[in-house]
Design a protein around this ligand. Structure first.
Ligand code: PEP
Ligand code: MN
Length: 263
């Protein structure tokens, strides 16, 4: 169903009226985790000022350590939705359990399936049974073919509103958090008809190379990029090192606009 052999027409996924894949690249931005109303209020105002249309924010965090902040859960989704409504943005958030899908769609405009759950087949079937757009991230050690099959799980349940996301894979290289597989973008565009985003934050884990990497992603045909932004990354409850502060985010956006990579 998701294969390019089915259609030459690129799929456009509409998230609350915002088109992903229509030829106008988008920037999905927001904090790693939803933390407090004050934090989200600041983020909402900043993102709106920067013209962001889709806001991200995690409420169910798949953390490596069980002792790390796990996210606010449903109250976090509620907060995300409130700020999204206030500032006129669609919202996307990760769900990790099939049991939470029905609850989550009351709050989010797009469900994120994270890298660690790309082959959580029960979750894929659950989101496939909804008609809510899905942002499907590539697994940490997943091949492109496995990512496409994961998308097929969702589509086979009747939900074809799928956006793929390259977010870096595990290699021996330690200079970046993961290795961004830039070739995955044109390959996914060639092998499927789905839109493709690149998460430049989780792939690189480095703020100092975010802008050139985002340009590269857009240059090879990505339909947009995802970045993490926090009012004060130094006190963030997750991914403190890699989130951009507002000044960094503003120069990131200005550079992409000046080079005409985003409208
Ligand atoms: C995220 O986007 O919040 C996240 C945890 O990313 P990934 O699943 O790609 O690691
Ligand atoms: Mn993160």
């Amino acid at each position: 169903l998701v294969s390019r052999s089915r259609t030459t027409v690129d799929t456009v996924v509409s998230v609350k009226g915002i088109e992903i894949g229509g030829g106008k690249p988008i920037v999905v931005a927001g904090p790693c985790s939803v933390e407090t109303p004050e934090q989200m209020e600041k983020v909402g105002a900043e993102l709106q000022a920067q013209g962001i249309l889709v806001m991200r924010g995690g409420a169910f965090k798949p953390r490596t350590s069980p002792y790390d902040f796990q996210g606010l859960g449903e109250p976090g989704l509620r907060m995300l939705k409130q700020i999204g409504q206030k500032y006129g943005m669609a919202v996307v958030s990760e769900i990790v359990s099939p049991n939470d899908v029905e609850m989550a769609i009351q709050y989010v405009d797009m469900i994120q399936v994270g890298a660690r759950n790309m082959q959580n087949f029960e979750l894929l079937k659950a989101v496939g049974s909804t008609r809510v757009p899905v942002l499907l991230k590539r697994g940490l050690s997943a091949t492109i073919e496995e990512l496409i099959y994961a998308a097929e799980y969702i589509a086979s349940r009747g939900n074809e509103k799928i956006v793929l996301c390259e977010r870096g894979i595990r290699t021996y290289e330690k200079a970046t958090r993961n290795t961004l597989d830039i070739s995955a973008v044109p390959i996914l565009k060639q092998e499927t008809h789905l839109p493709v985003l690149v998460d430049v934050t989780h792939s690189t884990g480095r703020k100092d190379i975010m802008t050139p990497v985002a340009k590269a992603a857009l240059a090879v045909g990505a339909d947009g990029v995802m970045v993490e932004v926090h009012p004060d990354p130094t006190v963030a409850l997750s991914d403190a090192k890699q989130q951009m502060n507002f000044a960094e985010f503003e120069s990131f956006m200005a550079e992409l606009r000046q080079s005409h990579m985003i409208p």
